[in-house]
Design a binder for this molecule. Structure first.
Ligand SMILES: [Zn+2]
Length: 683
């Protein structure tokens, strides 16, 4: 009896604690409603505080300690990060163009402060001279990684070399921005010579493409314009012309820019003692060396080849229905043939799921799913001021305690960043600062007479970005800002987000929120099954093409730049890794923006996909929200943030290093599943 009373009491206390968890006492990001001058002052104050911290480190007399060196260094990092997070966000979301321009200037200022700190010889010596042998493991790891980053920046080199490195890095920054600008400036347009060339495209697309003042119809190489046409236009001739325009953007301008960029990077790498940029760039990542990138490409190739060839045979058979003499598939027609096979072989039309995916239900469904999966609750804060009234503010509560906050800015506005991303707002520091982040997306906006129906791929993107968000919040309970959230090796960052995409494929998870916006009927399991099979088709060839890009990214940076013939590298990669015939006279490297930013690390996407599928294989596929895997994953992979190497995170969760088995299964899922269906039919 008394035991029972006690249990009831305990339960009600737990509920009570959950109910009274306070909103965090740190102000929300837009609490002071700053105008442009106020915003600038906030950013400048953070940068001044960072500089004060740097001065404090270098002024220390007497023995160096964690308190007088690491703690102050971390404060400088926290202040610079806070200023940059805010400036980057305002550059992307503020409704006023003049405000966004000013924010861009503040991004440059914050980046300059960041670069100056990474090249500060005195701060490097302060950290290098510190004895951390008695410090805790996370602090030791933090200092070790920072020293590596300092050395990779060349801080330990002599004055003459540091001056040379500074010059090379400035050149590289200019080359990178020229490379990017040439891509965004070179929007080509292709004339539609016969309106029939748009046959196969959705009516709203055709309606948006009326003849202009010159009486002609054009399709541009902008993504929302070009991609549907490459997928759905029934005119082979038109798709071929459009693909040629698309794959020659920024050519020939960027050929020369890229060649200079390869040279600058090679000089930086060799000055720092590495034999290639690929090797240098891998030194602070999970993969460790250029050689390992090469080995990874070969492993992916072996895993993908049999599946890609099988899928290619189906694409060819589809093509032969209209062109019986066809012997091969061109790279320009892959998107189009994929869609045809999905319809003819898998009886699936991607439009069929949209009515089940109105925005508000999807948002609630994803939040509920994440709450159950990660054992947290979310609570909306009301009446919070923001740059736009549509922005929502949410608290993350764990066992009755508020552990973080996030914002949702989910719908398009003129001038807003046009893709989807998770953007950090504050680093989480245990006992000092709660982690905060924001999702900036462009999903349909529901109104009184429009439910805001989402595409299947939009919902996958939502899950993906929410994966980044949970990583940021749950990994944001660290002692130091510099090891908080997603600060680990950069080639791990896409694994948790790619893994969460899989929850979109669970009939059980989908049925919990995907209901027809008119009838309220839950999405039929049979439709989900067809959707999953159809979306699995094409993964083998997709992987082979990703591997081609990965090989291009590696091969142009692996060696001496004077030996690199860009066109030959690309031709060799298409032929070697994909089953497709390249369209002549294309020069896709000129518009492959990742050769600037990711440089030799484009492998990151496939590397993390392999890890994501391996992680996913440890969950109960009959009930993705149940069993011990979710909490084990939260503890082993997300919560440590950047306090240990990502290679250890992977091993701690899997009990071994990652391998290709689950990834290979994922690639060929459409064949495994249809084999099962055929078998059942045969019995
Ligand atoms: Zn991502």
């Amino acid at each position: 009896m008394s035991l029972r009373v006690l249990l009831v009491l305990v339960t009600s206390v737990a509920v009570c604690v959950g109910a009274v968890a306070q909103a965090p006492d740190q102000p929300t990001i837009w609490a002071s409603k700053p105008d442009v001058a106020g915003f600038e002052k906030i950013v400048n104050d953070h940068l001044a505080a960072a500089q004060a911290a740097v001065d404090k480190i270098t002024a220390v007399k007497g023995p160096r300690t964690v308190d007088n060196t690491v703690a102050i260094f971390d404060e400088a990092i926290r202040q610079i990060n806070t200023s940059l997070y805010l400036s980057v966000l305002m550059q992307q979301v503020h409704p006023d163009a003049a405000f966004r321009d000013r924010a861009s200037e503040m991004v440059r200022k914050g980046s300059a402060a960041q670069t100056a700190l990474s090249l500060n010889h005195e701060v490097y010596q302060a950290l290098a001279g510190l004895d951390v042998s008695k410090a805790d493991a996370a602090t030791r790891y933090y200092v070790k990684r920072q020293l590596l980053e300092f050395r990779l920046a060349g801080v330990d080199k002599d004055e003459a070399n540091r001056t040379q490195l500074k010059k090379l890095n400035d050149e590289l920054t200019n080359e990178q921005s020229t490379f990017d600008r040439n891509i965004s400036d070179d929007q080509k347009k292709v004339e539609v010579t016969d309106p029939k060339e748009l046959d196969g495209l959705p009516q709203d697309y055709i309606d948006r493409h009326k003849p202009g003042a010159d009486g002609k119809i054009y399709v541009t190489t902008n993504y929302p314009d070009a991609l549907p046409a490459l997928k759905f236009s029934k005119s082979d001739e038109f798709r071929r012309r459009l693909f040629l325009a698309f794959q020659t953007r920024a050519y020939p301008k960027n050929k020369e820019v890229l060649e200079r960029m390869l040279k600058t990077r090679y000089e930086i790498a060799t000055l720092l003692g590495y034999s290639s940029w690929a090797d240098y760039n891998a030194a602070d990542k999970m993969i460790g060396s250029g050689e390992n990138i090469g080995a990874f490409i070969q492993k992916v190739d072996s895993a993908a080849r049999p599946i890609a060839e099988r899928e290619n045979a189906m694409l060819l058979a589809e093509k032969q229905k209209t062109d019986p003499s066809a012997k091969e598939v061109g790279d320009y027609e892959v998107g189009y043939l994929n869609e045809l096979v999905r319809r003819s072989q898998f009886n699936f039309d991607s439009q069929a799921v949209r009515p089940y995916l109105p925005f508000n239900a999807v948002r609630k469904g994803i939040l509920d799913t994440a709450a159950t999966l990660f054992h947290v609750t979310f609570r909306q804060e009301e009446n919070v001021s923001a740059w736009d009234p549509a922005v929502e503010t949410w608290d993350v509560i764990d066992s009755g305690k508020t552990i973080g906050r996030f914002y949702l800015d989910m719908h398009p506005r003129p001038g807003k960043y046009s893709h989807a991303e998770m953007s950090p707002v504050l680093d989480g520091i245990r006992g000092k600062q709660l982690p905060e982040a924001i999702l900036v997306c462009n999903f349909p906006n529901p109104t009184a007479d429009d439910p805001g129906l989402m595409d299947y791929s939009d919902v996958v993107t939502f899950f993906h970005e929410f994966g980044h968000l949970m990583h940021w919040i749950l990994g944001g309970q660290q002692q130091w800002a510099g090891i908080s959230g997603i600060s680990m090796e950069s080639d791990f960052g896409e694994a948790p987000s790619q893994m969460l995409e899989e929850w979109m494929r669970s009939p059980q998870v989908l049925a919990s929120f995907a209901r027809h916006y008119k009838t309220g009927e839950a999405i039929p399991a049979e439709l989900v099954a067809r959707m999953n099979l159809a979306s699995a088709f094409g993964r083998g060839t997709w992987t082979s093409q990703q591997n081609e890009y990965t090989a291009v990214s590696y091969n142009v940076y692996n060696g001496k730049p004077e030996n690199v013939d860009l066109d030959a590298v690309v031709r060799a990669a298409v032929t070697k890794y994909t089953p497709f015939i390249p369209l002549p006279d294309t020069h896709f490297y000129a518009s492959f923006g990742h050769l600037g930013g990711y440089s030799s690390a484009y492998y990151t996407y496939l590397w993390d996909k392999v890890i994501a599928e391996d992680f996913f294989s440890k969950f109960d596929h009959n009930n993705l929200l149940a069993g011990p895997a979710p909490m084990r994953y939260r503890h082993a992979v997300l919560e440590p943030g950047g306090s240990v190497s990502a290679n250890d995170l992977v091993k701690n969760f899997l009990g071994r290093e990652q391998n290709m088995d689950a990834f290979q299964k994922w690639m060929g899922e459409e064949f495994e599943a249809s084999a099962v269906v055929q078998q059942q039919a045969g019995n």
